[in-house]
Write a protein that binds this ligand. Structure first.
Ligand code: DP6
Length: 331
């Protein structure tokens, strides 16, 4: 028997990944830049045991089945192949996020799973190799392996399964102090997952080409603004990346927003008109994440709470990368 427990935080992208390279390996078609978000976490334990007859996956107290289970088993299979280990595993994963907040992300989930599975299998891999493993399951998870501000390049044009593509940290969280206010606008699980949303956008959106052309430019500008600690420019470009991504998706009928999403967008714009530096970002769901300087968090939080349809507001800040929190044999 061998086991390990890992913890990982979600991340949210300032410049968005949306769209994959054709071919195997889950390579992103555009580069992305994110910040890892403390305040929310996934904890995952992986135990390999010769006595197990099959893989057992428990996610937030529920036995997983279907696609969620398959995605976990696919990662375990990669680890087993690399380690020459045939033992089956038991995986138990919990999110400490508010129930049904829509923040339980595949990024923290697969980052924690990758870190725990690699350690439990006894593989001596560096963080880049672990990040590459996580990316194959969910590209945003590659970024949660690292803390602070993290970049993931686009995959090569001619992808083959054996190409390694890992995220890399570009600056620690303290480099540009910020607070993230997450306006929760729905308790329901999203109808279209990000993998499917991207596929539909690339297949059907008349603006898919425009997005693929624009995203690397926004990314390069954002990276530069971040490195020069220009909070306003980072905020403006983050919002631009979100709106361009969603415009391409919406044109394919992939609409993640609800009425409260629009109300929160309105609130952020009104705050800006009133002189507050607040910028929004939205992922593949209806919640609105607002970037502010830490000193501005209170008034922005109150304004978001007052937006019609916003259920609650949760705070986050830059955090560390995925890590082992319990070693084999420890209590
Ligand atoms: C909008 O990483 O969830 O959050 O690789 O198919 O699992 P898969 O997609 P995923 O997509 C994230 C999309 C996004 C933008 C981002 O995080 O960069």
């Amino acid at each position: 028997m061998s086991d390990a427990v890992a913890l990982a935080h979600p991340n949210f992208a300032l410049s968005k990944y949306w769209g994959k390279r054709a071919g195997p390996g889950n390579f992103p078609a555009v580069p992305s830049l994110s910040v890892t978000l403390a305040g929310f976490a996934t904890r995952t334990s992986v135990r390999f045991d010769e006595s197990y007859s099959g893989d057992d996956v428990v996610l937030d107290g529920q036995e997983a089945a279907g696609r969620p289970r398959e995605r976990v088993v696919a990662l375990l299979d990669r680890v087993r192949r690399a380690a020459g280990d045939e033992r089956r595993a038991r995986v138990v994963s919990t999110n400490d996020l508010p129930a049904a907040s829509g923040l339980a992300s595949s990024a923290s989930g697969f980052a924690a799973l990758a870190v725990a599975a690699v350690r439990a299998a006894g593989l001596d891999w560096d963080a880049a190799r672990v990040s590459d493993l996580a990316r194959r399951s969910s590209a945003s998870a590659a970024r949660s392996v690292f803390g602070g501000f993290v970049e993931l390049e686009a995959g090569p044009l001619d992808v083959t399964e054996d190409v390694l593509l890992a995220a890399r940290p570009i600056a620690p969280g303290e480099h540009l102090p910020l607070c993230v206010l997450v306006a929760i606008t729905s308790e329901r699980a999203k109808a279209v997952g990000s993998t499917e949303g991207m596929r539909r956008t690339m297949d059907r959106s008349p603006f898919a080409g425009a997005w693929l052309e624009q995203a690397p430019k926004l990314h390069a500008q954002l990276r530069e603004a971040l490195l020069s600690r220009d909070f306003i420019r980072v905020g403006e470009l983050t919002e631009a990346s979100t709106l361009a991504m969603h415009a391409s998706a919406i044109a394919a009928g992939v609409i993640y927003w609800n009425g409260a999403t629009l109300a929160a967008i309105d609130a952020v714009r009104a705050l800006r008109d009133g002189g507050l530096a607040a910028y929004l970002t939205i992922d593949a769901g209806p919640h609105v994440k607002v970037l502010v300087r830490p000193a501005d968090a209170d008034p922005v939080e109150s304004a978001l709470r007052a937006a019609p349809g916003v259920l609650r507001v949760v705070r986050g800040h830059a955090g560390e990368g995925a890590r082992i929190i319990r070693e084999e044999g420890a209590p």
